[in-house]
Design a protein around this ligand. Structure first.
Ligand SMILES: Nc1ncnc2c1ncn2[C@@H]1O[C@H](COP(=O)(O)OP(=O)(O)OP(=O)(O)O)[C@@H](O)[C@H]1O
Length: 780
């Protein structure tokens, strides 16, 4: 027998052996599924039963306080039983969910590891969940997040080590094998060397994209694994090239943390800040696919809206972006741009801190408390009271004391109010239910005799108290919420100072004029939202969220230093993972930043770790080679070796021809089977134009706007800044003429647009192409 035959035979025998094992494991999984389904049926009945009998099993008695307490205890006990059962029901359901996944693909990898001092190597199989054998003493599958599994991601065969709870375990990896298993059948199997499955990665990355982001557990790379498993850093900064797997690593990290801290951490203690609502839908399936619940997802804008939306008509970041991209002939443009930059700077944050501190001595502004057109408590009275309070106490503390005083004052004023004629009028307008309520109260307090004069007086008193109390409720609530503080006026005041502080920009006067005009119209620029909230919270006390333990900020390059400081304050107990690419910094406040250095001060160097991801997985080699030549430092980006067509650059004789060519291209791409195609435009306005003109050309295209909430398949027309973080099989740059992308500060936007392409990139222009295109050069 020659060597080749011998080798083939060996591989066939090994494959048969592995399939036998896979069958055994799959059978075991099936048995577990059946058992769990039965148990789950019982559990569900259990919960339904408890719910039904909830009220039968508690003794409801509110007659006297002792019995009421007993009732409460009984209720609490029942609720606890129910909670416990529901919890275990949910747990069992999640387990079943994982088992069903394992039934299809029990594992994707195997390593044989011989621990130092042990005689034999153990075969460790990795899957999306762990599974014990019948005896319960041996793992048939190890969860990919278990300590030993990290060997798979970190080492090639040879000496290897991993960190276990008991310490570092050293040994030797004697085998590293990858599987593709579908429906329990091994489709392919290969032993790997240095990196995890170039073949498998090739296969995965070469596929057409879905509407949803994919999980990457089977092919996590070593440097990504370091991000996923980092437990030390309070602040983990990931600077990664476009398509290097930042978002993917972030999501796998969430799954890892939920596993690692499963006894103490729940999905609702993790928050992901994403760039836009559509992105949420794009990543929504990754964690459930891994058998985990999704973390909380939000956008910074949603948070701002939640805090400020009722007080101001708040501009969103995309409107700001449209302005910066399109309004350069506006006479206020320079001032506005300076305003955007300055208000995101720590210099401004410090100025606000100084200002807030000075308000402890003088200058706090109050709003009078008005009632029925009259001033009940004058602003001056509040000011006087405030500054009489002990000055060594913080402003928030003093405001709390002031609120307490105000509440007492309101109680006193309410008493005086009762005899006013408006109260009598209101009493006459009371409806029957309210009368009955008053009557009940009266009879409860004292015996009630319908015909006694005294009772009539008492009734009137009760009714008038009721009316006044009701009307004062709102005032009391406002007092508790410190609404008597005039934060808008104080924020405005910042821009009324004639002399700018040292270091303020030359355009300060223009900035002041624009800001004040905007605020006076009841609106607020996006760049004012964070500083405004910061000032408000310095005065009132921070609205902190102490529940959240991990904050993830994706597309971190779009956040200002100021915003990061703010986030840190509102999540005081959270670790932060920020992921970004400075080459994709598309907001005016961030475009000149050349590192995440400014973040180091946030938690201190000691508590901060930085990881760089330089290999780009999304796009084919020709696309990465093309796009990386558009940016400074692009030579550091390493393309993953996947071949494909070179990006095309097409000149059109005019708009009509450009549209015809694009529509033709769309038809070709669709015919080739590409499932997600994006026509990327610069702005929303250009997108609307492209959408309607392409439809006229007979193309089936969907328009994506900032409100679009779901990311689907098919062909979309999308503004560049909304395509952030997303990817498409093929990308068409709608108009890359120099008249559209003509300015140097649009480079990162153009780069972001081009790097969305996985397999094909086609660029169209008229007259002259944008100077942002890479200089002609040889590919690496
Ligand atoms: N280890 C991996 N195995 C398989 N696919 C991967 C891996 N890492 C990244 N990818 C794929 O590469 C593509 C880009 O990943 P992702 O969107 O996470 O990158 P990103 O760094 O967030 O990109 P960008 O900054 O450009 O938005 C995705 O299709 C992802 O599935």
């Amino acid at each position: 027998m020659d060597i080749q035959n011998e080798q083939e035979e060996r591989i066939t025998a090994e494959l048969a052996e592995e399939q036998k094992r896979a069958d055994r494991v799959t059978n075991h999984i099936r048995t577990k599924i059946e058992e769990l389904e039965d148990r789950l049926g019982e559990k569900r009945e259990d919960v339904v039963e408890i719910r039904r009998e909830f009220w039968d099993d508690v003794t409801v008695n509110f007659e006297d306080s002792a019995e009421a307490a007993e009732t409460a205890a009984s209720l609490k006990q029942q609720a606890e039983v129910l909670f416990e059962r529901e919890h275990s029901h949910r747990h069992a359901r999640m387990q079943l969910n994982t088992l069903r996944k394992l039934e299809q693909t029990p594992y994707f990898g195997r390593i044989d590891f011989k621990e130092d001092g042990e005689a034999d190597a153990e075969a460790v199989y990795l899957g999306v969940g762990s599974l014990l054998d019948e005896s319960g003493g041996h793992y048939l599958i190890y969860d990919w997040r278990s300590p030993i599994s990290s060997l798979y991601y970190d080492y090639s065969p040879g000496p290897a080590q991993y960190r276990a709870p008991a310490g570092t375990i050293r040994g030797e990896m004697t085998l590293k094998r990858q599987f593709v298993i579908r429906n329990g059948r091994i489709r392919s199997m290969f032993d790997t060397g240095v990196t995890i499955g170039d073949e498998l990665l090739q296969e995965l990355l070469g596929r057409h994209s879905d509407a949803q982001m994919k999980g990457i557990v089977a092919t996590i790379q070593r440097e990504q694994n370091a991000i996923i498993r980092n437990e030390r850093a309070k602040l983990l900064i990931v600077q990664g090239a476009a398509g290097s797997g930042k978002t993917s690593a972030a999501l796998q990290r969430v799954a890892y943390l939920l596993y690692r801290y499963r006894d103490s951490l729940t999905a609702d203690q993790i928050v992901l800040f994403s760039p836009n609502p559509m992105f949420n839908s794009y990543v929504a399936t990754v964690l459930p696919e891994l058998g985990e619940e999704n973390m909380q997802q939000t956008t910074y804008q949603q948070y701002l809206e939640h805090r400020l939306g009722r007080s101001f008509d708040l501009e969103d970041p995309f409107t700001q972006m449209e302005y910066t991209l399109g309004a350069s002939d506006d006479p206020d443009y320079e001032a506005r741009m300076a305003s955007i930059r300055f208000k995101s700077d720590l210099l401004f944050m410090n100025a606000i801190e100084r200002y807030a501190a000075s308000l402890g001595d003088k200058g706090l502004k109050f709003k009078p408390i008005r009632f029925r057109g009259r001033v009940l408590v004058a602003a001056e009275t509040m000011e006087e009271k405030f500054y009489e309070l002990d000055r060594s106490s913080s402003i928030p503390n003093r405001l709390k004391q002031l609120a307490e005083w105000l509440l007492k004052e309101l109680t006193r004023l309410a008493k005086l109010e009762r005899n006013k004629s408006w109260v009598e009028e209101e009493i006459e307008l009371l409806d029957k239910e309210e009368y009955i309520r008053a009557y009940n109260e009266l009879s409860r307090k004292n015996g009630y005799h319908e015909d006694s004069f005294n009772d009539f007086e008492r009734e009137k008193r009760i009714l008038s108290t009721m009316v006044v109390t009701e009307k004062f409720k709102k005032l009391r609530r406002r007092a508790k919420l410190l609404r008597f503080l005039d934060v808008p006026a104080m924020y405005r005041q910042l821009f009324a100072a004639a002399e700018p502080d040292a270091g303020f920009p030359a355009e300060w006067t223009g900035i002041c004029r624009l800001t004040i005009a905007k605020l006076e119209s009841g609106a607020m620029f996006y760049e004012d939202a964070t500083p405004y909230l910061y000032l408000k919270e310095l005065l009132e006390g921070f609205h902190t969220n102490t529940k959240v333990r991990h904050v993830f900020v994706d597309e971190a390059q779009d956040y200002s230093a100021f915003q990061f400081h703010y986030l840190k304050r509102i999540f005081p107990f959270a670790k932060m993972t920020v992921l970004g690419d400075l080459n994709q910094a598309i907001f005016a406040h961030a475009e000149y930043r050349d590192s995440f250095e400014m973040l180091k001060g946030l938690y201190g160097e000691e508590a901060t770790e930085t990881v760089a991801l330089e290999r780009s997985y999304r796009s084919t080699r020709p696309i990465v080679e093309f796009t990386s030549r558009m940016i400074a430092g692009g030579e550091r980006i390493i393309p993953f070796n996947r071949e494909g067509e070179k990006p095309s650059l097409t000149a059109a004789g005019g708009r009509t021809e450009r549209l015809r060519l694009i529509a033709e291209r769309l038809r070709e791409l669709e015919a080739e089977g590409f499932r997600s195609i994006a026509v990327i435009c610069k702005t929303a306005e250009e997108s609307r134009e492209a959408h309607s003109l392409l439809q006229e050309e007979g193309a089936a295209v969907r328009l994506v706007e900032k409100e679009t909430a779901t990311f689907g398949q098919g062909t979309v027309v999308i503004p560049s800044y909304l395509a952030k973080g997303l990817e498409f099989d093929a990308v068409i740059i709608y108009n890359a003429s120099s008249s559209v992308y003509g300015k140097e500060n649009e480079r990162k936007l153009f780069y972001t647009a081009c790097t969305r392409a996985m397999h094909e990139l086609h660029i169209y222009y008229e007259d002259r192409p944008t100077p942002l295109l890479p200089p002609p050069g040889r590919n690496r």
